[in-house]
Write a protein that binds this ligand. Sequence first.
Ligand code: ZN
Length: 144
Amino acid sequence: MLETLYQEIILDHYRHPRGRGHLEPPKIEHEGANPLCGDEITIELRVEDGRVSAVRFSGQGCSISQASASMLTEAVEGKTLEEVRQLIAQVYAMLKGESEPDPEVMGEIAALAGVRNFPVRVKCASLAWHVLEDALRQVNGSSQ
Ligand code: ZN
């Protein structure tokens, strides 16, 4: 039952992506790809007062990669940079099977936990989070 629910959540994000689109400058923009599957994700975000005040994604690829990016934009908007970094670490731990997802913290992102038995799919699910992590490196050293 849980597997089915998770698949429905992923398909819903794929068909009705949240946070798909572009931001007006000023913004931080970073892109990444998962050549194994042909997934491409670009993340655009704006950081104000140490918080992610806006975030959008664009790209193409399989349902898991796009659903993960959609979930990401919902999850990180409004969070502090520290909270976002913690969330990224929790997502990696979940996808590696190192920790069970806490529904209170992870929300719909927990639906991605189902991929951890499929190493190729883990790369699909983690792509957007790696792109976000790289994008946040650009925040360090800026006026933020
Ligand atoms: Zn993929």
